[in-house]
Ligand binder design. Sequence first.
Ligand code: EPU
Length: 419
Amino acid sequence: MKNQRLIIEGGNALSGEIKVQGAKNSSLPIIAASLMCKGETVLKNCPCLTDTYASCRILTHLGCECRFDGNTLTVKADGLDKNEIPDELMREMRSSIIYMGALLGRCGRCSLSFPGGCELGPRPIDMHLNAMKKMGAKVNDEYGTIECVSEHGLKGRKITLKYPSVGTTENIILAAAKAKGETTIINAAREPEIVDLAAFINKCGGKIKGAGNSTVVIEGVSELYGCTHYIMPDRIAAATYISAVAATNGEINIHGIDASLCDSFMCVFEQMGCNIYVYDGCIYVNAKKPLKSVGKIITLPHPGFPTDAQAIIMSALCKAKGVSIFEETIFESRYRHVDSLVKMGADIKVIGKAAIINGVKKLYGAKVAATDLRGGAAMVVAGLGAEGITEIKDIEHIDRGYENIEKVITSLGGKITRT
Ligand code: EPU
């Protein structure tokens, strides 16, 4: 909700156990995929977030039934009777572009506006549009509306991506799941959330091979049938809570997460001096020793270091002894949280794609804003590790991706309230 704020009293070491929420970036494409299924789809471990609620509003507008009961989302898509999504619903969520593939797969046509804003810099959709064209859709994207039609259904094709874009890979998988023939994606994104999407579609009767690799092969089927699916754990939420523990020199036991999902960033916490133990679906992190700097980290497509963890881990590194450097290669404008960290006493210089962090002894609470989802989470991490009170405004960005962040932090002994 607009105008809410998070107030954090920093300086308490976080300690305790949590079960990490379901993954936002897996639930969003899976909710979109559910509109292609006959019968009932039941998504367990579905995070209650403003982005998942926005997805439900899109489905409801299209004529589907959606019901959240705790973390179980039930979708019945048999009543779908529209194929256009109005501008105000498209703008609620940046990932709404994946409805293009899902609607083309289900109805053979769709009419959408361009997805919302550009908080991380330009976010073009050229690769999405080119892929749909290649599969035989006629695409008209004049005057702010994207009209796509494939009168006789989409056709399987070989599509080579110039860059392993997550959203484009998902859109092609959605569109190809019910297309005629075989689609091969070359240079596909390899993120674990894509593996979860493919696992869901396969359970519904789809035929997708190779998800998680650079080449994904999708054999189109004529029907998909709803199933019950458990959404994978959110690795970026896990990174956020581990960063908060590192920033406060605490300890945490995270349940319900396969540690291999976190390989791309756990090595950074290890370099920072955290002790990490992995056992039976749990990750234990002890960050009681003073943090050390980590040298250079480059954000890369999976399995490289994830851009979504950059801001969050930067907050913890602000107090790590020595110099750490980030190089952000995925999004043009993903250092908008830096000004707020500097306001809190951090020593950070941004030069082009690089952010150079010179560890300081202390951060101090300040009035700051959540500039975007992960930038907002970075403010929470910094506030917990700072001396005094931090007040974060514009927290609707945080609510897009974190289920009840203040409840989780409070359960770990952190002092945080929402006003
Ligand atoms: N790109 C293009 N043309 C396209 C599509 C993408 O040039 O048609 C560029 C983008 O501008 C960007 C790069 O390719 O520079 C990567 O974009 P990608 O398509 O991989 O990202 P996305 O699908 O828009 C998803 C996540 C993001 C995450 C990125 C990268 C979801 C809903 N979003 O976005 O998550 O940062 O992949 O891993 O899955 C977040 O959760 O905070 C978040 C922003």
